[in-house]
Design a protein around this ligand. Structure first.
Ligand SMILES: Cc1cc2nc3c(=O)[nH]c(=O)nc-3n(C[C@H](O)[C@H](O)[C@H](O)COP(=O)(O)O)c2cc1C
Length: 357
């Protein structure tokens, strides 16, 4: 079993390792006739690329995208779209410790337990370098859902949350944290820098909103839109929790508080609240889809952690190399990409069963 492919109608497969010559994605099932060039993909990769501030890994990769197939005269042909990004800044010697002993919290031990052999350089296939391929595929997915607006931001780092009263979407691109609250962004500079200097790391919460999704996408029961989105988000490296709408907070409300009251509207019901996060019964309600994703702190840290070697001997590991002090920051474009990939697939699935809306 391999599991490198995601989606049903709009499907993508990613390939490649952190320190191999290149990584990429093959997008299959994309409708024909869509205008597509590298320029549609590159801005999303630029948002995710490493080395843009001292708050992310100092690995420097231009992450230039190349489209190898599936596009003719600037339009998708309906055949597989092959996307490639070269790896240009590897330092495999940084991983000599990881070859010998397991990083607690990383994939080293379970990969060895399962496969008995692993490419330890940069974490190999378990490296979040793979998420660049998802971001590239996500840019193609966005072309399938032009009426859907997707954006994500960091709402919490190391337990320090934004103030919702100061939320300003225009601020998200103005700081290195994708933070909509300028005061929180200022605090986070100190917080993340201190953690980095300590050789430690911090967790983060990323929130994502998709508006413009019509009522009716999704399916009941085993392919609920909630479960598709949760699976997509949980597949991202370092994600340990997903909440749809009010999520766990809904469990602390009473029924009347958690209801999303409806009034008659011009084009379907007019909702007075959105505790459900735009999904009920596994199907979109036409309200914005809202979700929250919890990223754990980076496991590769300079503070020594007790571990065992491949031979089972007691050891301590200090992980050198260039690591993100808070992986949730660069997780923002990845969350947006997974949202786009799920929604593009859901649009095509809905059209297959119910016809054009
Ligand atoms: C954008 C992004 C960047 C990441 N960078 C690092 C990193 O520099 N060092 C590291 O140890 N983990 C990093 N991770 C997390 C690991 O890839 C992840 O923890 C590891 O594959 C184990 O998988 P799991 O945490 O999902 O269980 C990153 C994750 C994301 C989303």
């Amino acid at each position: 079993m391999s599991f490198n492919t995601f989606g049903r109608v709009f499907r993508f497969t990613t390939w490649g390792e952190s320190h191999g010559p290149a990584i990429g994605a093959v997008v299959d099932g994309c409708p024909p006739g869509l205008l597509l060039s590298e320029a549609d993909i590159q801005p999303f990769l630029d948002k995710r690329k490493p080395g843009t501030s001292k708050f992310t890994t100092q690995r420097r990769e231009p992450d230039d995208i190349r489209i190898l197939s599936g596009v003719f005269e600037g339009r998708t042909t309906g055949t597989p779209i092959s996307l490639m990004i070269e790896n240009t800044d590897q330092r495999s010697k940084d991983y000599s410790e990881v070859a010998k002993a397991y990083r607690p919290g990383h994939a080293d031990y379970p990969y060895d337990a399962k496969y008995g052999f692993r490419d330890y350089r940069g974490g190999g296939r378990s490296s979040a370098r793979e998420t660049a391929s998802r971001v590239a595929a996500g840019a193609v997915a966005r072309l399938v859902i032009p009426d859907v607006d997707i954006f994500a931001y960091v709402s919490e780092i190391g337990g320090d949350a934004i103030d919702p009263a100061r939320f300003d979407a225009a601020e998200i691109g103005n700081n290195p944290f994708f933070c909509p609250d300028p005061e929180a962004a200022k605090r986070w500079e100190k917080l993340v820098d201190e953690a980095r200097k300590d050789g430690s790391s911090l967790g983060a919460v990323v929130e994502c909103i998709a508006s413009g999704v019509p009522a009716g996408w999704g399916a009941p029961l085993y392919a609920k839109l909630d479960s598709e989105l949760a699976a997509a988000m949980m597949s991202i490296n370092a994600v340990k929790g997903v909440e749809i709408g009010d999520g766990f907070a809904a469990a602390r409300l009473r029924g009347e508080q958690n209801a999303d009251p409806m009034l008659p509207g011009e084009d379907g019901p007019h909702f007075l609240a959105n505790h459900a996060g735009g999904i009920a019964g596994g199907i979109s309600t036409g309200q914005p889809i809202r979700l929250r994703v919890a990223f754990k702190p980076t496991s590769s840290i300079l503070i020594p952690v007790e571990t065992v070697t491949r031979e089972g001997a007691a050891s301590n590991i200090v992980t050198k190399g260039r690591h993100d002090p808070c992986v949730g920051i660069r997780g923002v474009p990845v969350v947006e990409a997974m949202m786009a990939l799920v929604l593009a697939d859901q649009k095509l699935l809905d059209r297959a069963q119910c016809g054009e809306r």
